[in-house]
Write a protein that binds this ligand. Structure first.
Ligand SMILES: [Zn+2]
Length: 215
């Protein structure tokens, strides 16, 4: 089973990905991880990617293409995969289809996590991070034992700059603008299963399981 997961920051994409990997034994393919692995392995594409990353530039599509081809050529891919964070654009989606076709593979289901903006803003802006040990809390969902203090190391918790409502709105707009065409692309192929992520993780995962097993 080859899956793709799409969801804005705060939709619980990371948690759902972990659950999917555990339940179906699929390989997790995240472009971020792959780029880091290629760089660490010192492969040709890795070196190319590194030159962009160290310059603080976005890694261009043709380099990502090389990384994806390299990863999908590994035999463990036959277990099925869960792709996360890719494709981000229409061009990348079409490119991925081409790569998979050559391998005799295809995407079976695209999981699209949707969350009401209000819920999302609440989840993100309530987040508090420990600058010391990186533990993450939430003022409502996962408060520390002492308000504003890290349970683990006792440091004072902070709100990350990215976690303010304003910064989130900007990120969300950019996210929706770039993701919409990708979702539409897969909708035309009848692959998209939109999941209501406004519920507790176990409920959300139950809906995902149902969608995946019916796909
Ligand atoms: Zn801490």
């Amino acid at each position: 089973m080859n899956l793709l997961i799409i969801g804005a920051p705060g939709t619980g994409k990371g948690t759902m990905s972990e659950l999917l990997i555990e339940k179906y034994g699929v390989i997790h393919i995240s472009t971020g991880d792959m780029l880091r692995e290629s760089v660490a392995a010192g492969t040709e594409v890795g070196l190319k990617a590194q030159s962009y990353m160290t310059a603080g530039l976005l890694v261009p599509d043709e380099v990502i293409h090389g990384v994806i081809v390299e990863r999908l050529a590994k035999p463990d891919i036959d277990q099925g995969f869960l792709m996360d964070g890719y494709p981000r654009t229409l061009a990348q989606a079409a490119d991925l289809d081409g790569i998979l076709k050559e391998l005799g593979k295809k995407i079976d289901c695209v999981i699209n996590l949707e969350l009401d903006e209000e819920v999302l803003v609440g989840r993100i802006t309530g987040r508090r991070t420990c600058p010391q040990c990186k533990a993450i809390y939430h003022v409502v969902n996962k408060p520390p034992r002492v308000e504003g203090i890290c349970d683990v190391c006792g440091s004072e918790l902070v709100t990350r700059k990215d976690d303010t409502a304003e910064s989130l709105k900007t990120r969300l707009n950019a996210y929706h603008e770039s993701t919409r065409p990708v979702i539409e692309y897969y909708e035309k192929q009848g692959l998209v299963r939109t999941i209501d992520a406004n519920h507790a993780p176990e409920e959300v995962f139950a809906s995902i399981r149902k969608a995946v097993e019916e796909a």
